[in-house]
Ligand binder design. Structure first.
Ligand SMILES: NC(=O)c1ccc[n+]([C@@H]2O[C@H](COP(=O)([O-])OP(=O)(O)OC[C@H]3O[C@@H](n4cnc5c(N)ncnc54)[C@H](OP(=O)(O)O)[C@@H]3O)[C@@H](O)[C@H]2O)c1
Length: 305
């Protein structure tokens, strides 16, 4: 991403205050790019069902500016959100981007008229999607592009060689800085690593959904980020009596506990909780810093096992 401004300059332009304290979890190096482990997932900014524009456009722009104002340097997005809506909101809210900001996007699925997410992984669709992301975000090169695999039911087995090779070619053409995979099986992650350097894996994972425990530890050993989507449960909020009990004991919300637990789970976990509310975003940043004792962790660990 071109160095086009600092966070302070951006804040001055939009009349925001600069949050100087460091965010919970510190930072992680994504390829050669440093990001805050506390990031922001932009999917919730599109309209209902992640289709169309938001009801409150100014509110959506304010959430994005708040994220940067709080010091977040990692925003997760996709051309499929809206479609193209969240990318255009990101550009409107934040361009020219602060030098420190990294925008991570995804290609590999599109939207149909029913709001479905059909795969779009042939070379032509991937090239078109990368170009649309560049255009909508107002960038000459995308920081990180995740190849989204599987379908709405989750990861599906099968080789990713052909679509990943198309992205490698686009990377060689200078349109993509780093590659990742999303909604992938452990076998597909291993296949991807054999084809090209991978900087992140973005899969569904949270306190109650822990299919990737082993994969997370392997990726940590390899220095690769694991970015859980649905960290708060996604469209159905996390619900567990054990989680509620720990939250009540700590005088915190279950969401805070869920985010703090993820930051403690492994140093390669990067958070991208989604919200359409600036107040929720502030709550989540504060909540992720909640200290958890060893006995809290042991109790929470039982939920998804
Ligand atoms: N790779 C993939 O296939 C994939 C799939 C899904 C998502 N993603 C990415 O992952 C990100 C995170 O997932 P997600 O946004 O779907 O789910 P999530 O982060 O687990 O949860 C978001 C939901 O939690 C609510 N919420 C957030 N903070 C809250 C708070 N403090 N109090 C009460 N409610 C709160 C939000 O509602 P409000 O808007 O009212 O705050 C929203 O309904 C997405 O934004 C997207 O970037 C990737």
């Amino acid at each position: 991403m071109k160095p086009l401004g600092t966070t302070t300059q951006l804040n001055e332009r939009h009349g925001m205050s600069t949050f100087s304290a460091s965010l919970p979890g510190g930072t992680w190096t994504l390829g050669d790019q440093t990001v805050t482990r506390f990031g922001y997932g932009a999917m919730q900014l599109a309209g209902p069902g992640v289709m169309g524009p938001p009801a409150d456009r100014d509110g959506a722009l304010a959430v994005l500016r708040e994220a940067v104002g709080l010091g977040i340097t990692h925003i997760d997005t996709s051309g499929a959100y809206g479609p193209r809506v969240t990318n255009q909101l990101i550009r409107e809210a934040l361009h020219p981007y602060p030098e420190s900001l990294r925008i991570v996007t995804k290609v590999g699925s599109t939207r149909d008229s029913n709001g479905g997410w059909p795969p779009a992984r042939d070379p032509e669709a991937l090239r078109r999607s990368v170009n649309e992301n560049l255009q909508d975000l107002g960038l000459e090169v995308l920081d990180v592009v995740n190849l989204r695999l599987g379908n709405a039911q989750g990861p599906q087995p099968g080789s990713l060689a052909e679509p990943l090779q198309t992205l490698v070619e686009l990377q060689q053409q200078g349109l993509i800085r780093h590659l990742g995979v999303s909604n992938a099986t452990a076998e597909q992650v291993a296949e991807a690593q054999a084809i090209a350097p991978i900087v992140c894996v973005q899969n569904m994972y949270n306190l109650a959904w822990r299919h990737d425990d082993k994969l997370i530890d392997q990726l940590a050993d390899d220095g690769i980020a694991y970015v859980p989507f649905f960290p708060l449960g996604g469209f159905s909020p996390l619900q567990s009596s054990a989680l509620s009990a720990v939250a009540a004991r700590l005088d915190a919300t279950p969401m805070s506990v869920a985010l703090a637990w993820l930051l403690r789970r492994s140093p390669n976990i990067l958070l991208i909780p989604g919200t359409s509310s600036a107040a929720h975003l502030r709550e989540n940043v504060a909540g992720a810093g909640l200290p958890l004792s060893d006995s809290d962790l042991a109790e929470l660990d039982k939920i998804g096992r």
